[in-house]
Design a protein around this ligand. Structure first.
Ligand SMILES: NC(=O)c1ccc[n+]([C@@H]2O[C@H](COP(=O)([O-])OP(=O)(O)OC[C@H]3O[C@@H](n4cnc5c(N)ncnc54)[C@H](O)[C@@H]3O)[C@@H](O)[C@H]2O)c1
Length: 285
């Protein structure tokens, strides 16, 4: 019996923003191994190129393009290259995102009565830098809207085409300290629903994956002390995750493959799929 199976995704074309990062890099490599032609769009081209090279080394087809998800012109330039090379796009994975200290408070809750209170200045909610807050919000919200607007002309009309956004547990209930990021991801869930409805009759499915907690570059300062020991916040996260650990990037791949495959998930649109070790199911008691 011949047990060799071809992936149902083989031959499709995927655009992955933030594909040079940890989570989307893992997802890009998985799709590359499935025979998907992968265009990695990353602000830092070298990070995207490392992932593209890994896909090519494994026998796949991939290219890396420098693009800023907040800069329409750079996205349009990337679109022109992808269109010339592969003609169209079947999968848009909007993965670029992340938090930044400029959109982050110093304390989890207002400490006004404490003698060491951070009530004004950097880290105080009252003095959160407006531009910093906006930059984090824009990266996580406009940084999905813009690539979607730019690439949709290459997806619409292709049977089975799909958009997959990357949300967060912070979208459901905001995490302390990170208001801009969480508000943007909540808005992103809402946009995912809106787009799913808007494009359903056009045959385009729009869903999101909401990862739980994964230890990556963007959150390492919040999770690990300089000596490698977990911060109190990391301990809190694991305590609130019924599976009692952080996720591994490759654990997002199953949900991604399912959402990309219209034979498997063809009636699924407007869904936000948690991949979170039970975090969102747990009331904390
Ligand atoms: N790490 C987690 O625990 C976690 C949890 C939930 C959601 N997420 C989400 O997953 C996605 C990937 O996160 P990650 O942890 O792999 O982070 P990461 O920092 O490793 O990857 C993000 C990538 O996006 C790129 N990028 C940043 N700004 C960009 C811009 N303006 N234009 C183009 N590219 C840009 C970065 O260069 C980087 O390669 C993000 O949307 C993040 O919010 C992460």
């Amino acid at each position: 019996m011949n047990t060799t199976r071809t992936s149902p995704l083989s031959g499709k074309v995927a655009v992955i923003t933030g594909g040079g990062g940890i989570l989307c890099g893992a997802m890009a490599r998985a799709l590359g191994a499935d025979g998907v032609k992968v265009a990695i769009l990353n602000r830092t081209a070298a990070k995207g190129e490392a992932v593209a090279q890994a896909i090519r080394d494994a026998g796949g087809d991939a290219l890396s393009l420098a693009a800023n998800v907040l800069d329409r012109a750079s996205l349009e330039a990337a679109r022109a290259e992808i269109q010339q090379r592969w003609g169209g796009v079947d999968i848009l994975l909007n993965g670029a995102g992340g938090n930044h200290p400029r959109g982050t408070t110093a304390t989890e809750t207002w400490q006004g009565a404490s003698p060491t209170a951070v009530t004004t200045g950097p880290g105080s909610f009252l003095d959160l830098d407006e531009a910093g807050f906006r930059a984090v919000f824009d990266l996580n919200f406009m940084g999905t809207l813009l690539p979607t607007q730019v690439f949709l002309p290459l997806l619409l009309g292709r049977p089975g085409s799909t958009v997959i956004n990357v949300s967060s547990m912070g979208a459901y209930r905001p995490m302390t300290k990170v208001p801009a990021y969480c508000a943007a991801k909540a808005a992103l869930n809402n946009l995912t629903n809106w787009m799913a409805v808007h494009f359903a009759e056009a045959g385009l499915r729009v869903n999101a994956i909401a990862p739980g907690f994964f230890s990556t570059e963007q959150n390492k300062a919040l999770l690990w002390n300089a000596d490698g020991s977990p911060t109190p916040r990391a301990k809190k996260i694991v305590d609130h995750t019924p599976m009692r650990r952080f996720g591994k990037p490759e654990e997002l791949v199953g949900a991604l493959r399912w959402l990309c495959d219209d034979k498997a998930s063809g009636f699924v649109t407007g869904a936000v799929i948690p991949v979170d070790g039970g975090f969102s199911a747990y009331a904390g008691v």
